[in-house]
Design a protein around this ligand. Structure first.
Ligand SMILES: Nc1ncnc2c1ncn2[C@@H]1O[C@H](COP(=O)(O)OP(=O)(O)O)[C@@H](O)[C@H]1O
Ligand SMILES: [Mg+2]
Length: 279
């Protein structure tokens, strides 16, 4: 196909040899199938920052460290320079998160280069070698739904052990590759420590997946992975290989039975007196 404007500089640099097709035009990015020499890859081009809102991002960026203080001051301001810096940090986060997660053994596409706002990564494919469908576009047997749900809970644990929460995990940001689900779309990934919303965002990610797979295997709907995982994480007991159960005991403080009985007795006496006054 004709080279789109957003890819010209990367084509001119000789990194992309041919643009094969456009896969998707999403909210935030255009995604292309490209050739780099002989190898087929996926190019994600971030849309022009001015078309998007920055406001919703603060919840994700909280706690992210920006090393350069001039940069961080500029990012706080709404100047053009500040916006550009913010945009770059946003895009960089996806590359950083993908690289870190791959090293942590989480199923994500391998990254190759990030150049001029273009992220070159592995094209996730299905068994026939075609671009993998999103989970949203697939139906599952109850067995497969349970298997993939558990696989993903373990991936979420590995991510959390690497200090990262996806923050926008759902059947739309998961591809069904030849070997199972692959996690994509991470520019909003958050640092678990230092973000006050961490627990809520983690729970939302987990609940999205539980609701989705629960359509095929309803017994998943009564699992409590979000509570189990967070509690272990907070106690410092979560490891990449933690065996999860999906169960969670609500902590109940031991009640003082004597006190409780005394209170009930008092209420009964009061009630008795009230009745006597009325009669
Ligand atoms: N590595 C990849 N391999 C195959 N398809 C991909 C890959 N990355 C993205 N896609 C396709 O492009 C779509 C949009 O990508 P995504 O990263 O989710 O960006 P957006 O922010 O636009 O949602 C995905 O739903 C998927 O269909
Ligand atoms: Mg997406």
């Amino acid at each position: 196909m004709k080279v789109p404007k957003s890819l010209t500089s990367v084509v001119q640099a000789g990194v992309i040899t041919e643009v094969v097709s456009r896969l998707m035009s999403g909210k935030e990015a255009d995604v292309y199938v490209v050739l780099c020499g002989e190898v087929i890859r996926c190019a994600k081009v971030y849309k022009d920052a001015t078309q998007r809102s920055f406001r919703h991002r603060t919840v994700y960026t909280e706690g992210r460290s920006v090393r350069n203080s001039r940069r961080s001051r500029a990012m706080e301001k709404k100047t053009r320079y500040g916006r550009e810096e913010q945009e770059e940090a946003w895009q960089n986060m996806e590359v950083q998160a993908l690289t870190q997660l791959q090293a942590a053994g989480v199923r994500v596409p391998a990254t190759y280069t990030f150049l001029d706002g273009v992220l070159l990564m592995e094209l996730v494919v299905d068994e026939e070698g075609n671009p993998a469908p999103r989970l949203h576009d697939v139906t599952f047997t109850p067995e497969k739904a349970r298997e993939y749900h558990l696989t993903l809970m373990q991936d979420i644990v590995r991510m959390l052990c690497a200090g990262i929460i996806h923050g926008d995990l759902s059947e739309y940001n998961l591809l069904l590759g030849a070997k199972g689900p692959v996690i994509i779309d991470l520019p909003q990934a958050i640092q678990a420590s230092g973000n006050n919303q961490a627990e809520r965002l983690l729970a939302r990610d987990i609940q999205n997946l539980t609701l989705y797979f629960g359509q095929f295997a309803p017994e998943l709907l009564s699992t409590k992975y979000e509570k189990e995982i967070w509690l272990l994480y907070k106690k410092g007991k979560l490891t990449p290989d933690t065996k999860l159960t999906g169960q969670f005991e609500e902590s109940t403080k031991r009640v003082n039975l004597t006190d409780l009985l005394r209170t009930i007795e008092d209420v009964n006496i009061e009630e008795q007196k009230r009745k006597e006054r009325l009669s």
